[in-house]
Write a protein that binds this ligand. Sequence first.
Ligand SMILES: Cc1cc2nc3c(=O)[nH]c(=O)nc-3n(C[C@H](O)[C@H](O)[C@H](O)COP(=O)(O)O)c2cc1C
Length: 323
Amino acid sequence: MVKESAHKFCIAPMMQYTDLHDRYLLRLISKNVFLYTEMISTGSLVYGKCFNQLEFNDEEHPVGVQLGGSDINDLVECSKKCEQYGYDEINLNVGCPSDRVQKGKFGACLMLEPELVKDCLGNMSNAVQVPVSIKCRLGIDDNESYEFLYNFISIVKESGINIFIIHARNGILKGLSPRQNRNIPPLKYDYVYRLKKDFPDLEIILNGGIKTIDETSEHLKKVDGVMIGRSAYENPYMLRKIENDFYKNDSTGRSKKEILKIYLEYVEKKLIEGHDLGRMMKHLFGLSRGDKFAKTFRIKILEIIKENSLKGHKKELEDLLIY
Ligand SMILES: Cc1cc2nc3c(=O)[nH]c(=O)nc-3n(C[C@H](O)[C@H](O)[C@H](O)COP(=O)(O)O)c2cc1C
């Protein structure tokens, strides 16, 4: 039996998707799932001074921030800043395969530099009180053996961190786009299960291709937690079942209509602060998933985004949800 983890169920960081608005919406559905920001590059914080990227809502806790970078000083400076902002955890991205990120010498290419990753994470953890974690792949390119992963984790764990989120497929740095890199390299869940056996003291969280509650239950017999990205975005209300089944907690059991109502009040408040309506409304697309009027609901949202106004549409949207 694996011990209970704060990361039993996590939402994956996803650029352009898991922004502060989406996280606010998800938190209305589930009180306990662990949330992560999109990846924020240390360069944009240290040199671009784009600190507005760190903004989040108090309601989001527990929420981790994900940093992308490989310069130790920059990572330390950003970790301190993120701690000051109130994040509950700082995560290092060692899984992004994009060309831009490779050029910056961070993301998945760091799988080839376990000593550097160890030093980055060790210095980050020494600089802050909150936990520091890593999200990585199984390997990159043709480093496909379990031994490669085992060696990477053995070295990185010397940093003292113990939360490891593993996207259970290799990253292919040449020839595949980031999107293809999330679908084409085969999933090898058995590698992640094996890691948990070989490193029982580490918190091992499995990510990649998980779609259903049943799959989640199966994985949780073998690892400490699961992380879900696309399926949760496409069907955010699945978190209601996660909350009930895995946390035995029905206190936040809001109906879809209630969630919509609270979220639209939030949207109106954020509009006054200057946030973009389209960016906030698109997160609602999935809320009607599986409902009778799901398509009409989505079309209505598109209309609202096009008109750039919510006026007169709130009730119409609510009526299109069945409960
Ligand atoms: C649109 C999109 C953006 C993503 N952005 C990030 C990111 O910023 N940081 C990261 O570690 N992973 C990112 N990922 C990868 C996800 O975190 C996750 O590892 C991947 O989608 C596999 O999980 P899933 O099959 O549950 O979606 C992104 C994925 C998608 C679909």
